[in-house]
Design a protein around this ligand. Structure first.
Ligand code: GRF
Length: 184
């Protein structure tokens, strides 16, 4: 049985696009109604749901609404791809062990929301990309697969960032394939 996936994203959604071009995505969820990723989903004919934390009384209610969607669609695996919220106890209680995340650095190096910027500012000669299971910490869950990405002498932040993203676009599909997600 192939796994049914949902992708969660908050912004541009270039990783979502790469995933949706090769794999069956049951739906996209965005925590920002006006995020560009919602438009990408429409263009790719992937059902999109978008609602915002501020529309709920608290994070538990917000995550309860997400869990309802996941259960309704019988989702086996949640793929975070630029979802900029910490997964809280409500979503984790329902789906721990079934949520993965992509991080634009070589964990445990440079966790947090600004992995690329932090790596750049640290001046290290190499960084990377990591896909890991999500637990209650910030980028602390068990690593599934990671790849090194060099910082080259001629790099500026933009060229370095572009190389990190290229590595992401290669790594996410590899991991999904290994986890048994249905290809298009
Ligand atoms: C990616 O670099 C991802 O690793 C990070 O957020 C970024 C999302 O980019 N968590 P996009 O929305 O997929 O273009």
């Amino acid at each position: 049985m192939t796994k049914k996936i949902a992708v969660f994203a908050s912004g541009s959604g270039s990783n979502f696009q790469v995933i949706a071009e090769s794999f069956e995505v049951e739906f996209l969820f965005s925590d920002h109604r006006d995020a560009y990723v919602v438009e990408r989903a429409q263009n790719l004919n992937v059902p999109a749901y978008a609602f915002e934390l501020k529309e709920f009384d608290n994070k538990a209610d917000y995550e309860e609404a997400i869990v309802d969607l996941l259960e309704e669609h019988q989702i086996d695996l949640v793929c975070l791809a630029g979802y900029m919220k910490i997964v809280g106890p409500t979503l984790l209680a329902a789906y721990e062990g079934r949520i993965i995340n992509i991080h634009p650095a070589y964990l445990p190096e440079f966790p947090g929301a600004h992995g690329i910027q932090d790596t750049w500012e640290a001046g290290v000669s190499q960084s990377g990309v990591t896909i890991h299971w999500v637990d209650s910490g910030v980028d602390t869950g068990q690593i599934i697969k990671q790849v090194r990405v060099p910082r080259l002498p001629d790099d500026c932040l933009e060229s370095f960032e572009a190389r990190i993203h290229e590595a992401e676009y290669a790594l996410y599909p590899q991991v999904l394939k290994e986890l048994g997600v249905g290809r298009k």
